[in-house]
Write a protein that binds this ligand. Structure first.
Ligand SMILES: NC(=O)c1ccc[n+]([C@@H]2O[C@H](COP(=O)([O-])OP(=O)(O)OC[C@H]3O[C@@H](n4cnc5c(N)ncnc54)[C@H](OP(=O)(O)O)[C@@H]3O)[C@@H](O)[C@H]2O)c1
Length: 240
């Protein structure tokens, strides 16, 4: 496939993943995964983006996806682990099941997909290849309302370092750790006001912030095993 190897983005039928898939498709072939059918899928397929169904909530779901991917392509330019579930201990009855589901989507799936994709990425040599883990601001800060989510995203961030060592120099592996990028459509006004006050900029930057970070990583020839923190100065101490 030469330089035309596709970029795989997981969980990209809506929101940030969808935006990034469309933008990246202006320069690269793109494969996305989706769990739920959305109106966007038909549009993406018409535009030439390959859409593969994947549900990472079980081992068989992860394995089925890897089989489908190997039937779809023999090489990859990049893998972007975007699929995510932002569930809170405050809204579930079974914390053990919550932790298991967070580990499935944020740890088991990326771990197995990276191992399974290694040959497909290395098949691109001498072209440059990447793996990008989309994590979260909470990996450093923790979260009392999203304990399992934060812990599983911290594991995802840590895996970026291990895979960076394992796959160098053929593949760069980095993470992007955002705080607020895009409010959930159900976010209340009170929640939005409270969240906006947490960063020094006090704004919702939108999906483009992630897309630009991805573009930077794809172009870099020197950064691996690092975390790009897009948090609007939220980490800075002091009164706000
Ligand atoms: N939005 C923000 O402000 C923000 C802040 C910090 C970090 N991030 C990170 O940035 C990334 C994109 O954020 P987002 O808000 O656009 O994400 P999102 O809408 O919460 O979820 C992205 C996709 O992941 C899929 N997904 C969830 N569980 C899955 C599973 N078990 N198997 C397969 N797919 C699954 C979802 O599919 P379904 O629709 O079918 O459930 C969804 O389309 C995520 O990694 C997120 O953690 C976002």
């Amino acid at each position: 496939m030469g330089n035309n190897a596709p970029i795989l983005i997981t969980g990209a039928a809506k929101r940030i993943g969808l935006f990034c898939a469309k933008k990246l498709h202006q320069q690269y072939p793109v494969i996305i995964t989706y769990r739920t059918e959305t109106p966007a899928i038909d549009t993406l397929r018409s535009a030439g983006i390959i859409c593969l169904h994947a549900d990472f909530s079980s081992q068989s779901g992860i394995q089925n996806f890897i089989t489908q991917l190997k039937e779809t392509t023999t090489s990859l330019r990049a893998v972007i682990h975007n699929a995510s579930s932002w569930l809170s201990e405050d809204t579930v009855e079974d914390p053990a099941a919550l932790m298991q589901s967070m580990l499935q989507v944020h740890v088991h799936a990326p771990y197995q997909i990276n191992l399974a994709c290694a040959d497909m990425l290395i098949a691109e040599q001498p072209a440059q290849c990447d793996i990008i883990h989309i994590t979260d601001y909470m990996t450093e800060a923790g979260s009392p309302s999203h304990i399992a989510y934060a812990a599983s995203k911290a594991a995802l961030e840590n895996m970026a370092m291990s895979f960076a060592k394992k796959m160098a120099p053929q593949v760069k592996v980095n993470a992007i750790a955002p705080s607020l990028i895009l409010f959930d459509e159900h976010a209340s006004t009170a929640y939005q006001e409270k969240t906006l006050k947490k960063s020094v900029f006090g704004l919702e930057p939108g999906e483009v912030e992630i897309e630009q970070a991805i573009q930077f990583i794809l172009k870099s020839k020197y950064m691996t095993g690092r975390v790009l923190r897009l948090e609007g100065g939220r980490h800075l101490p002091g009164e706000r």
